[in-house]
Design a protein. Structure first.
Length: 185
């Protein structure tokens, strides 16, 4: 009888230790995902702070392009005020579209392209865009790792028991953004 009890207690202890280990793994990965999103959020905030300066500079040269400039500000505000990762991902897609239109607009104004203030702002934005791309890669990598663990057996049992929900990837949602850039000479 004592050996059977020892075996049962050993099995219960192993199962309990496994469950604790899996739970702690989920907590660690969830925290990594949140840290990755926060890192990306810092770079996005830098971008949001820079956009009004760019718009004001362009306004001086292209005042009759009010719709485009207003669209940039509205998209920036929507992205800056998004409260969930899902809302932020959607708003960022919209902001990327209007920023593309803004920089296409600047091609029509040679004086603007020669403005050193504008060129400096554009250079800062390009640097921030690179940092955002790197932080998105890190975020998506941690989300992939978390979601894979969440969906894999037997850790999916622990994920279900403790409501560890799937996290969204930060990906391109617009087919126009996915299209190849057309280069003409």
């Amino acid at each position: 009888m004592p050996t059977a009890l020892i075996v049962i207690l050993a099995i219960v202890a192993v199962v309990l230790l496994f469950g604790i280990s899996q739970y702690n793994g989920f907590v660690r990965l969830k925290n990594l995902v949140e840290e990755a999103f926060s890192t990306m959020d810092v770079y996005l905030k830098k971008r949001y702070d820079l956009i009004p300066n760019i718009v004001e500079t362009v306004k001086g040269y292209a005042s009759h392009e009010k719709d485009t400039l207003q669209g940039v500000i509205e998209a920036r505000n929507k992205a800056a005020n998004a409260t969930t990762p899902e809302a932020r991902i959607e708003a960022e897609g919209d902001l990327n579209k209007v920023m593309g239109r803004l920089f296409a607009l600047t091609e029509s104004y040679p004086d603007l392209k020669a403005n050193t203030n504008f060129m400096d702002l554009q250079g800062q934005l390009q640097t921030i865009e690179t940092e955002i791309a790197q932080s998105r890669k890190y975020y998506n990598g941690t989300v992939r790792q978390y979601n894979t663990k969440r969906e894999s057996f037997p850790s999916n049992i622990i994920a279900g028991m403790f409501n560890f929900a799937a996290k969204p990837l930060f990906e391109i949602t617009d087919d126009a953004e996915r299209a190849n850039v057309k280069v003409q000479f």
